[in-house]
Design a protein around this ligand. Structure first.
Ligand SMILES: [Zn+2]
Length: 75
């Protein structure tokens, strides 16, 4: 199993924003290209779908790009 890492800081946690509320974020790790949401950070809401074009943010620094990059380039 390989966790994707942020190319800037090496953090393995990423998050996506709720399309309807940008202050509502969903933290996940990407293991072998699969999104694994962090249950503790997302206790109240069900996460939005994460697709290749979904803007994905690093949980440790200011890096962000499409999810496709996280899935393919940085595992
Ligand atoms: Zn980072």
């Amino acid at each position: 199993m390989k966790n994707s890492k942020c190319p800037a800081c090496g953090c393995t946690k990423f998050y996506v924003k709720n399309p309807e509320d940008e202050f509502d974020v969903y933290v996940f790790t990407c293991e072998d290209g699969e999104v694994c949401f962090d249950a503790e950070s997302n206790e109240s809401n069900s996460p939005p779908p994460v697709e290749d074009e979904t803007e994905t943010f690093c949980n440790g620094c200011a890096w962000h790009d499409r999810f496709q990059k996280v899935k393919i380039d940085f595992k």
